[in-house]
Design a protein. Structure first.
Length: 284
């Protein structure tokens, strides 16, 4: 499904999304909107989206951000443009009292939208950020290698997923990470050579933007309910980031789960309980 409506000042794109509607038929009030990370898609969140809908008894919308999944390929790949896309989505579906959950890059999009001066104060009630901080920092070397590996796969004109995995193993040893990256292969294409659904060139171009953040501490703040979830084995949020988080999000709660960067995949039940409890009870 797609939606379309231009946003003043920035060119937005219609985001693909999956919807999970509770038995009471509510489609607009107090929804949970989920934003995936770099190289991810709404598909990564199918099981958790269904579980969140059952637990919360509220609508859940999992989005594909621009240049990911089934959403359009479009330049530029900036957080301001991605936030504009999400705000456009929320307005077009007439969503109200939104809880916004973002992982990694999606977490930065969620933070950008919460901090954005054009975001109406009454749209977002809660923001949940999974394992990322509002800082300008270099992307891990892993991401650089993943892009190189994906470029190599496209260059080599291979025909099977197995061949793609063998090439990617030269750039990423973890089979679970390789499997995650290869979910982006376009296996429905009639072309003899496998290609990726995502535009590797645009994502490579946009890497410096993905490393960045639109504001420095002190420039903007969001005083709503905000939860940051850190993976204890991940370096994406460190002790030095916590004061910065508090500058941007004075009401923020920072908590940890025993996991790496993909907390929701490694500890789905614990993550679901943590997020559900927060959405239902924070601020009450």
């Amino acid at each position: 499904m797609h939606q379309r409506r231009p946003l003043s000042g920035l060119s937005s794109v219609p985001l693909a999304y999956d919807e999970y509607i509770p038995p009471n038929g509510n489609v607009t009030d107090q929804p949970l909107v989920i934003l995936h990370g770099f190289f991810g898609s709404k598909r990564n969140w199918q099981s958790l989206s269904k579980a969140f809908m059952r637990e919360l008894q509220r609508p859940v919308y999992a989005l594909d951000l621009r240049n990911h999944g089934s959403s359009p390929h479009s330049r530029p790949m900036t957080y301001l443009h991605m936030a504009a896309d999400v705000l456009d989505f929320i307005r077009t579906l007439s969503l109200s009292n939104v809880s916004l959950l973002g992982h990694s890059m999606g977490g930065k999009v969620a933070m950008t939208l919460a901090l954005h001066p054009e975001t109406p104060a009454d749209i977002l009630t809660k923001v949940v950020v999974s394992d990322i901080a509002p800082v300008r920092a270099k992307v891990s070397e892993d991401t650089v290698l993943h892009i190189k590996g994906m470029e190599t796969i496209e260059r080599n004109g291979i025909a099977t997923r197995k061949e793609a995995d063998e090439i990617l193993e030269g750039y990423e040893k973890d089979p679970l990470v390789r499997a995650f990256l290869l979910t982006n292969l376009d296996t429905n294409s009639r072309s003899a050579a496998l290609k990726f659904k995502i535009p590797i060139d645009i994502l490579k171009e946009g890497r410096s933007e993905i490393e960045s953040f639109p504001w420095a501490p002190g420039e903007r703040s969001f005083h709503g309910n905000t939860l940051f979830v850190k993976g204890t084995k991940s370096k994406y949020i460190n002790r030095g980031n916590v004061p910065i988080i508090k500058q941007f999000f004075p009401e923020a709660t920072v908590t940890e789960l025993d996991a790496g960067h993909w907390i929701h995949a490694e500890k789905p039940n614990e993550f679901k309980k943590l997020v559900t409890d927060y959405i239902l009870h924070a601020g009450t």
